[in-house]
Ligand binder design. Structure first.
Ligand code: PLP
Length: 366
C-alpha cells in the first residue's frame, strides 16, 4: 500500500517565489540596502564570536533588549522568532483550537490563510471595499457576530500599501473579544504603530492585542530571518512557552544585536526607503497621466506601490502583459490579478522600471 497524504496537504505545492535571476528584483518588498553589509566588520566580528557548538539563547535576551531600546518597549512584552512567518504560525497553532474561526481581510497577506488551513481552523474572510480599505465598523461587527477567536491583518497592508489610523485600530481592538494580531511589517514607513500601548508589561487595557514586527523589510535583513511579537505579559509568556526552544539561531542573534545597536543607521535606511517609495510613486503617477491603462494607484504608506491595470482592447489582461514585458526586460515585480505590486528600488532601479513600463505601455497602446 502506498502512503496517502491527508486531504489538507494533498493539494499544496511548495512556496514558489519568482525564481531565476533577474537584473532588478522589485517583487518581494525587500530593502535595496543591505544593512548587515553596511555594518561590515562589526557584523563579521559578532558572528566570529558566536559559539556555534552551543545552543543559542532560547529567549535571545540581549537581542530583545536592544530591539526594545530601539522601539521604546518593555523587553518583557517581546518574543523573538525565526521571521514573523514563524510567529504567525505559532500564534495560529497555539491560540486557536481546531475548528475555531480565524477572521482575515481580503486582499491581505496570504500566510494568515495558509496557517489557518494547515491548523484546521475555519477561515472567515471580510472583503475590503472598492477603495481597498478596511471598514472598521463592518469588521468589528463581523468579528463579534462570527465569534472569531482571532483576527489578523497587516497595517499598513501588503498588498494594498494602505494603512488604518492608529485610533481606528485601537477602537477595533477594544471592541472585539478575539485576539487581534496586527502585523506591522511595514509600520516603519507609516506612523500608526500600536507599540506605545504595549510599552509596559502590566497594561491590561489591550490584553487581546499582539503586534508583529519583522527585520525583513524596512531594516534590510530578510536573509537573517528575524521577527518579533509584542504583546502583554501573559500572551508573551504563552508565545515563549509554545515556540520551539531554539528558534532564533546564534548567527541571527549576533547580527540582530549589532543591527539594533545602530539606531542612526536604521533611521537613515528607513528615510532612504521612504524617499525611494515617493520617487517610485511619482514615476508611476507620471506614467498614469500618459497611459489611461493604469486605472488607479494607491497612495502608498509602505515601500511598494500597488496599481490596477485595465484590460487591453482585445479583452486580455493588461497586468499580465505588463508583468511579462517587465520580466522579458529582466525586471521582476509581483502580479496579482488586475494589479501589480512593485517594490521601491534604488533611484537607478526605479528609473529603469519607469523606462521599461513606458516602452511596454506604449506598445500596448498602439
Ligand atoms: C514580508 C511580510 C512578512 C514576512 O516577514 P518575515 O519576517 O520575513 O517572515 C510578514 N507580514 C507581512 C505583511 C509581510 O509583507
Amino acid at each position: 500500500m502506498s502512503y496517502q497524504l491527508n486531504e489538507k496537504i494533498r493539494g499544496l505545492t511548495p512556496y514558489d517565489p519568482i525564481s531565476g535571476s533577474y537584473r532588478i528584483r522589485l517583487d518581494a518588498n525587500e530593502s535595496f540596502l543591505d544593512t548587515a553589509a553596511l555594518l561590515g566588520d562589526k557584523v563579521q566580528q559578532a558572528v566570529a564570536k558566536a559559539a556555534l557548538n552551543r545552543y543559542p539563547d532560547p529567549y535571545a535576551v540581549r537581542l530583545v533588549e536592544k530591539f526594545s531600546d530601539y522601539y521604546h518597549l518593555d523587553p518583557q512584552t517581546v518574543c523573538a522568532g525565526n521571521g514573523s512567518d514563524e510567529l504567525i504560525g505559532i500564534l495560529v497553532a497555539a491560540f486557536m483550537e481546531k475548528g475555531d474561526k480565524l477572521l482575515t481581510t481580503a486582499p491581505d497577506f496570504s500566510m494568515y490563510r495558509f496557517y489557518a488551513s494547515i491548523y484546521e481552523d475555519v477561515n472567515v474572510i471580510q472583503q475590503k471595499n472598492d477603495a481597498l480599505e478596511i471598514q472598521v465598523d463592518a469588521l468589528i461587527d463581523r468579528c463579534n457576530r462570527e465569534g472569531a477567536k482571532m483576527l489578523v491583518f497587516s497595517n499598513p497592508c501588503n498588498p494594498t500599501s494602505l494603512a488604518l489610523k492608529r485610533e481606528e485600530v485601537l477602537r477595533l481592538v477594544k471592541s472585539v473579544s478575539a485576539l487581534v494580531v496586527v502585523d506591522e511589517a511595514y509600520m516603519d514607513f507609516a506612523d500608526s504603530s500600536l507599540y506605545s500601548v504595549l510599552d509596559c508589561a502590566g497594561k491590561e487595557e489591550y490584553s487581546n492585542l499582539v503586534v508583529l514586527k519583522t527585520c525583513s523589510k524596512a531594516l534590510g535583513c530578510a536573509g537573517i530571518r528575524l521577527g518579533f511579537t509584542v504583546s502583554t505579559l501573559p500572551v508573551t509568556n504563552a508565545v515563549k512557552a509554545v515556540k520551539s526552544p531554539y528558534n532564533v539561531n546564534s548567527v541571527t542573534q549576533a547580527i540582530g544585536e549589532v543591527l539594533f545597536g545602530e539606531p542612526r543607521l536604521l533611521d537613515e535606511g528607513i528615510r532612504k526607503l521612504k524617499d525611494a517609495r515617493e520617487d517610485l510613486y511619482r514615476r508611476i503617477l507620471a506614467l498614469q497621466s500618459r497611459y489611461p491603462m493604469i486605472l488607479s494607484v494607491c497612495r502608498p504608506q509602505t515601500n511598494f506601490v500597488f496599481l490596477k491595470i485595465g484590460a487591453e482592447d482585445n479583452g486580455s489582461s493588461g497586468a499580465a502583459r505588463l508583468f511579462q514585458g517587465l520580466l522579458d526586460r529582466s525586471i521582476a515585480v509581483r502580479h496579482m490579478g488586475d494589479f501589480l505590486r512593485i517594490s521601491a528600488g534604488s533611484p537607478e532601479e526605479n528609473e529603469a522600471l519607469e523606462r521599461a513600463m513606458d516602452d511596454i505601455l506604449r506598445e500596448m497602446s498602439c
